[in-house]
Write a protein of this length. Structure first.
Length: 244
């Protein structure tokens, strides 16, 4: 029995690692698609696409997967994808925005509506929660290996056109007007910075704490949304209680 148990544990860990790896590849595929769609499918002429391709290499993503995502953006293969945003309320009235990339709107809408319903939430009409979020450019630089002080990075970011910068133990987080994200990104890359993230995101203006009795429902909803192959990003105007 102990041998069987050991094999079961090893297999369980492998399955969990595979699932995590698959989720990373899924996210990178969507980023590749967006970057190629927004600019040139040739990375030589598209700095954002080059950035995402570097992430793909760092994650050991197969080259076929990378090329397939770029081909989708170029219309190769016949399928046409479009970006759709859904707005809804999670358990406890928490505001949630879901960004999806799909080749079948009906399938995606049904799956997202089902996820909200199954976990005690509800899908809302357009504009029902979007006013609770700010759209900003977001650029992240890793501290590790960077030979510059916090003041140097801040001055370079402001000179490039950024609005603000926050820091963590691991990163410098730079915020821009959405329309300026591309130019700020390009200027920072010209200054020699390796960017870990460069994209436009939604940030909640205020957050609501999830009631303790709703935590299980809430986390179940977020997990189901994030595990949907069509979902690109989930933005939450909510926080979990500190002791949860």
């Amino acid at each position: 029995m102990s041998g069987h148990s050991k094999w079961h544990n090893i297999q369980g860990r492998k399955n969990a690692q595979d699932a995590k790896r698959g989720k990373i590849f899924q996210k990178i595929s969507r980023d590749l698609y967006q970057a190629a769609k927004a600019g040139d499918p040739d990375p030589e002429n598209n700095p954002q696409l080059r950035l995402v391709m570097e992430k793909a290499r760092a994650a050991n993503m197969p080259k076929d997967n990378v090329q397939r995502a770029i081909d989708k953006a170029s219309g190769i293969g016949g399928a046409k994808f479009e970006e759709i945003t859904y707005e809804g309320y999670g358990p406890g009235g928490t505001a949630i925005m879901v960004s999806a990339l799909t080749d079948n709107k009906n399938r995606t809408a049904a799956a997202i509506r089902s996820a909200f319903t199954h976990h005690g939430g509800s899908l809302g009409a357009s504009g029902s929660v979007s006013y609770m979020f700010d759209r900003k450019g977001f650029i992240e630089i890793l501290r590790e290996g960077l030979d510059k002080s916090e003041d140097d990075v801040l001055m370079d970011a402001l000179d490039a056109g950024a609005d603000d910068m926050k820091t963590t133990d691991e990163t410098f987080q730079i915020y821009t007007d959405p329309s300026a994200m591309t130019s700020v990104r390009d200027e920072l890359q010209k200054k020699g910075y390796d960017l870990d993230t460069a994209e436009v995101r939604l940030f909640p203006e205020t957050t609501t704490e999830v009631p303790e009795e709703k935590i299980s429902q809430y986390t179940g909803l977020i997990d189901e949304l994030e595990n949907n192959d069509d979902v690109q990003d989930v933005y939450e105007a909510a926080v979990l209680p500190e002791n949860s």
